[in-house]
Write a protein that binds this ligand. Sequence first.
Ligand code: 0RA
Length: 472
Amino acid sequence: GVRKRPSMYIGSTGKDGLHHLVYEVVDNSVDEALAGFCKKIKVTINKNGSVTVEDDGRGIPVEPHPVLKIPAVEVALTKLHAGGKFDKKTYLISGGLHGVGVSVVNALSEKLVVEVKRDGKVYVQEYSKGITKTKLKEIGKAEGTGTTITFWPDEEIFSTTIFDYKVLETRFRELVFLNPGLKIFLIDEEKDKKEEFYSAGGLIEFVKWLNRTKEALHKPIYFKKEVDHSVIEAAIQYNTTYQENIFGFVNTINTVEGGTHVSGFKTALTRVINDYAKNKNLLKNESLMGDDVREGLTVVLSLKMQEPQFEGQTKTKLGNSEMKGFVDSAVTQALAEFFEENPAVAKKITSKVAAKKKVVKKDVEKLEAQDTKLKLRIKLKAYDHKIIDNSARQIIDIANRYGAEVLGPVPLPTEILKYTVNRSSFVHKNAREQFEMRVHKRLIDILNPNQEIIESLRDLNLPSGVDITIKI
Ligand code: 0RA
């Protein structure tokens, strides 16, 4: 089944799907770590094209399965949705995008070798395309316990079988921030590179890391709330730019497309800031819109919940409707409390987001005075490779919708995207203005949540055009 429709299990058979194999194996070790039995995970990109994931957990059980009469480890590797720990309902925290387990990785690998250290012994077993090739063999004495899985992705299935250090690096950095205390080593034997990923501070360090090239307005605001069987955790830190950066995670999966948890967060933020500003007479009769209060905002929002429903094109949008209200009330409560207790920070944030309105107006006036070609040089730097393509296309879509001619060249997929919009190609002056405003203001929404526009709106003052750098 898995080999017939691989995309159903791992999303795609391209680069993303290939890397998904690694995440799937690593997730099992992360679960073992979260259960408190595993201290470190080592991932190696080997010279022979395989990847090895090694952990020092309890080791996958080897005793015969009561019904199937084959070793439990063999069941785990050859049966889809094998029970126990691999059953999503009884065990979930880290969970891959599709949460399908190692049997899928096995099925999509030309070769897979598992080594288990348990009860003082070392066991190995080999498979090919998900089929058992050798019996589980005891090959020696072991010190300690653990599981090591080495797999060679099947070239018949994947359009590329070359692992990208950067892609794995991004995911592992994210994983250690989301699971403080977890240690992941990444080694690339081919490129002779290695790195250790570890965070003691979790989300607070994550948000600081995201703001590392910016000037922060305050120390990160952090809170964690538990309701029913869900846990919501957030770290918030404004910087002096006008960019919005909301990273949502559900059971450690990056919800690139957002969803109910992110909506709930936004609603709460808008409400709390407006209420605070009005109470303290920082605002007269106007209110701040959602877009206003998110300028310069960096957030990591992590939700741990049972049975998440993922929707959207890349299945990275949370659909569970109850989460909107849940996150909204948790954030409203936590943030309102924080503002009351930290008036200096609250005032800094409120003043910053309220001041922004005037700046935008001035920039529009300056734009109107210009009458040359508006050159947009947009540099997309990958935080997450898979959304670059999509983002580039959406930017061009907007240009087209406003009647702007995109003069290109627009090489896709790319990290750098350059295009020129011919001002005279706009039918109405109004349309041109709207377009210019939108490209700058609404890029934020389009690329949300994984964007970081480095240059601010003030760059519109450049007489020859605009230069925007976006980091995704
Ligand atoms: C099922 C039960 C136990 C451990 C594991 C699975 C396990 C699976 C993986 C996959 C990668 N690393 C892993 N480490 C452990 C617990 C068995 C016991 O009670 O000792």
